[in-house]
Ligand binder design. Structure first.
Ligand SMILES: Cc1cc2nc3c(=O)[nH]c(=O)nc-3n(C[C@H](O)[C@H](O)[C@H](O)COP(=O)(O)OP(=O)(O)OC[C@H]3O[C@@H](n4cnc5c(N)ncnc54)[C@H](O)[C@@H]3O)c2cc1C
Length: 390
């Protein structure tokens, strides 16, 4: 059974039967439901609700979280989920990673037992969708110095501030807002039904050129009252949130690998079919040079991803290693997408051939979950022991 598609070096042989079967299930969803239907949503910059909701039939919601109705995947399976989704489409892959890794991951790994019990089962059934609000208009790479504040008032906290780029926020049922408390501590506050909460304004950012089917919101918070019991118990300092960023950056590294594989698969198919000078363009040396460069990058990335998964499974993946992986995978994916776009000629900028969409998605993953620069600097700090971020 073919599961991972492009497999020049028998990567699939490293997978268990269960992991291969899971890839096959996701691939069927991507090939039958996502890819044939996503373009009009991308073009209209509209949330593809029905396409996304069909994902709940797959045993992947909640990633590696065990219990509470979550999938309880091993680390490699968690990576392969992002690989298979983003191989087909970057918007679905991002909507999923925000819900399952960022929002559920935060509650699963930083919530108390009571908080996990309260929110995760409904999220695992996708009756409630999550969003994760860290980035601010004035605090992007500098997210450790947030301006949003949470002031204690009796049994509540009162939140003031602004957030930017927050995926899923405009349709989310649970929105995690990160803020500083009066003691200078760092807290995660779960806003229930955020669009209905007094003081919350959520407006989708228009005019994006990538991941267009993901709504990314600009949020303002003016004296928003949140019950104290909605503050996540396992987070008091920024270092706590780095656990979640490590977890989701690992997913984004796999997202980049899938995107690169998707571009290569589409480019190979196209260049074998497209004829110029009475022969397939794949027969030209210059086209083969690009295809081989793409194949080499995808092959390297697949095995790099596999080893990352082993480290993560053994709980040995450091912050610097995952930053290097995210930096390297998104940089290579961007290059592969560029070559894929190029070998499709004019059709490389048409949505119909799918590479164009992945090409613009590559730009977004290069910059989110820490820009390429910031991840490079985190890796550089770990390698040298010297901090060059500021
Ligand atoms: C499609 C998309 C989805 C997103 N989804 C979410 C989400 O769901 N939740 C959320 O909280 N955030 C989200 N983000 C925000 C994302 O994490 C930020 O865009 C990212 O962290 C970069 O912040 P910034 O855009 O403000 O860029 P800036 O921090 O302003 O950076 C601009 C440039 O300056 C460089 N730079 C900054 N500081 C340094 C430094 N010290 N040294 C060297 N170079 C530096 C950067 O590398 C970059 O090239 C999303 C972003 C996008 C594009």
């Amino acid at each position: 059974m073919e599961t991972t598609g492009f497999d020049l070096f028998q990567f699939e042989q490293l997978l268990t039967d269960q992991q291969r079967a899971l890839c096959g299930q996701i691939r069927a969803y991507v090939d039958n439901i996502v890819v044939p239907n996503i373009n009009p949503f991308w073009e209209r910059a509209e949330y593809p609700r029905d396409i996304f909701m069909a994902i709940k039939e797959l045993p992947i919601i909640g990633g590696t979280i065990k219990g509470y109705g979550c999938a309880g995947l091993d680390s490699l399976a968690y990576g392969l989920v992002q690989y298979e989704l983003s191989r087909g489409d970057g918007s679905i892959s991002t909507i999923f990673i925000v819900h399952s890794s960022l929002a559920m991951g935060t509650i699963g790994y930083l919530g108390s037992d009571e908080q996990r019990e309260r929110w995760l089962p409904a999220m695992a059934r996708m009756e409630k969708i999550g969003a994760f609000g860290l980035t601010e208009p004035e605090r992007g790479s500098d997210a450790s110095h947030l301006l949003t504040v949470a002031r204690r008032d009796g049994d509540d906290y009162i939140l003031n501030g602004a957030k930017r780029w927050i995926g899923n926020a405009s349709f989310a049922d649970l929105l995690i807002i990160w803020a500083r408390d009066e003691a200078g501590g760092f807290g995660g506050f779960v806003l229930e039904n955020p669009t209905q909460l007094p003081g919350v304004t959520i407006a989708d950012i228009p005019n994006k050129i990538g991941k267009r089917a993901v709504p990314n919101a600009h949020i303002t918070l003016e004296n928003v009252r949140v019950p104290a019991e909605n503050r996540l118990e396992g987070c008091t300092a920024f270092k706590d949130i780095t656990k979640i960023l490590t977890y989701s950056r690992y997913g984004v590294a796999w997202e980049a690998i899938g995107l690169a594989a998707g571009c290569f698969e589409q480019a190979l198919k196209y260049t074998k079919e497209r004829q110029q000078f009475d022969r397939p363009i794949a027969s030209f040396q210059l086209v083969q040079q690009k295809l081989v460069e793409m194949a080499a990058e995808v092959s390297h990335l697949q095995f790099f991803g596999y080893h990352l998964a082993q480290l993560m499974e053994a709980d040995e993946l450091s912050i610097g290693q995952v930053a290097l992986a995210k930096y390297s995978a998104t940089t290579k994916a961007r290059r592969v997408a560029q070559l894929g776009r190029e070998v499709l000629g004019g059709n490389g900028i048409l949505l119909d051939y799918h590479v164009a969409r992945l090409f613009t998605d590559a730009e977004a993953i290069y910059s989110y979950e820490g820009t390429a620069d910031i991840n490079l600097l985190i890796a550089g700090r770990e390698i040298t022991g010297l901090n060059a971020i500021v």
